[in-house]
Design a protein around this ligand. Structure first.
Ligand code: UDP
Length: 316
């Protein structure tokens, strides 16, 4: 297949490009490099099956080639980024998804939307199955991301129903691993960077909110299987191993051997406004329709991630 990956120079997009190339597909990675980085795909540059296009999905996309499949991953998933770039975030989710669906339709390509656990908002059902409609504050600061992804899901289903486009929707839960940006502001890069630099680990509020962390190699395997499957409705992809942010901070302390202390802070900006209190994927559907479940545990995933950040810190 010739596969387009939007956000292909990003954290998840570049790992997906690696998997696709390894499985014998050709890949066009498209990215505007706002948060993506050419360094993430530098190792693929000499590969005849790989090409990079610097473009913005919110503008009309012309590839000059007919692709067989599209993974639409372009997005600003870090709360720090989408709070800083709220209108860009909404444009990517709306115009970007519209343009990318249009491209898939004109090529007759299969389309996979990278959606998010944020469509569940601050969930009132726990763990979250795909049948749960969510609890999102549309006018809160996180609404720009959550609603743009909810809109993307609705638009994807509209293309499926109105045009018969072969579409797939992945609801991605917190994912971590090498190639995350040191300063993207999310909890994994923050805690690992802080621990390696001997700085305090900044646990917001009392650290009792929960998240479930999935290693990136598991996630991209799930994305690939979902594209190849016949399942149209949304599928949760994440690791059900849930923990509090405070427990996660202790896990990072232990894995790095750092003497950094834990510091509880109350952010004065919008960072924790509407911050979901709990989050855990119900992956029953992914297990049954994709035969998929995560294989990499936190200890192993953290070792790879810490090694990556250590290397980043030694070169910057
Ligand atoms: N968090 C924290 N300290 C940090 C960064 C994040 O305590 O330095 C918390 C944040 O409030 C949230 C959780 O960690 O409850 C996960 O945040 P992240 O930004 O990684 O992603 P989210 O899951 O909210 O999209």
């Amino acid at each position: 297949m010739l596969v387009l990956v939007t956000g292909g120079a990003g954290f998840i997009g570049s790992h997906l490009a690696d998997l696709l190339i390894a499985r014998g597909h050709q890949v066009i990675a498209l990215d505007n490099l706002i948060t993506g980085s050419e360094a993430n795909i530098a190792h693929l540059r000499g590969n005849a099956g790989f090409s990079f296009v610097r473009a913005d999905v919110t503008e009309k996309i012309t590839l000059g080639k007919k692709v067989d499949a599209v993974f639409h991953l372009a997005s600003l998933p870090s709360p720090v980024d989408y709070l800083e770039m709220p209108i860009k975030t909404m444009k990517v989710g709306s115009l970007g998804t519209l343009n990318t669906l249009g491209l898939a339709k004109s090529a007759g390509a299969r389309f996979l939307l990278a959606s998010t656990s944020e469509v569940y908002g601050n969930p009132l059902v726990h763990p979250q199955p795909e049948s749960y409609w969510g609890n999102v504050n549309p006018i809160g600061p996180r609404g720009v991301y959550d609603e743009s992804k909810r809109f993307s899901e609705a638009l994807t289903m509209a293309y499926h129903r109105a045009h018969g486009l072969q579409t797939r929707i992945a609801r991605i839960f917190n994912t971590y691993g090498p190639r995350m940006r040191l300063n993207d502001g999310r909890v994994v890069p923050n805690f690992v960077r802080q621990a390696l630099l001997g700085e305090p680990l900044t646990v917001y509020d009392d650290g009792s909110r929960t998240r479930s962390f999935c290693y990136v190699s598991d996630l991209v395997e799930g994305l690939y299987r979902l594209l190849m499957s016949e399942h149209v409705g949304p599928v949760n992809l994440g690791n059900p191993c849930e923990m509090t942010v405070l427990e996660f901070a202790r896990a990072v302390q232990a894995a790095t051997g750092s003497r950094s202390e834990i510091r509880f802070i109350v952010p004065q900006d919008a960072r924790t406004q509407d911050d979901p209190l709990t989050r855990q994927p119900d992956i029953t559907l992914a297990q049954s329709v994709l035969g998929w479940q995560p294989k990499v545990g936190l200890a192993e995933g953290l070792q790879h991630t810490i090694a990556w950040f250590r290397q980043q810190l030694s070169t910057c």
